[in-house]
Design a binder for this molecule. Structure first.
Ligand code: SF4
Length: 65
């Protein structure tokens, strides 16, 4: 399970279409370096309720990381 969550994070970090739905209003909680925490398909607006990327990018990206 946590491996899957880690994969979601890695995919989101590599994804050019990553679009966080809940986090973009809280401006800059992140100041030092690359904040990988919170960046995940799980909070991407393209991720649907069936845990499927509506842009079909997940599989492509996961094969490249
Ligand atoms: S859900 Fe899709 S668009 Fe969103 S970060 Fe994951 S792969 Fe990218």
């Amino acid at each position: 399970m946590s491996n899957q969550n880690k994969l979601y994070e890695e995919v989101a970090q590599s994804c050019s279409e990553y679009c966080p739905c809940g986090c973009d209003n809280s401006v800059k909680n992140v100041s030092n370096g690359n904040d990988s925490k919170g960046c995940s398909c799980l909070n991407c607006s393209h991720f649907d309720s069936n845990h499927h990327c509506s842009l079909d990018l997940y599989d492509q990206i996961v094969n490249n990381i």
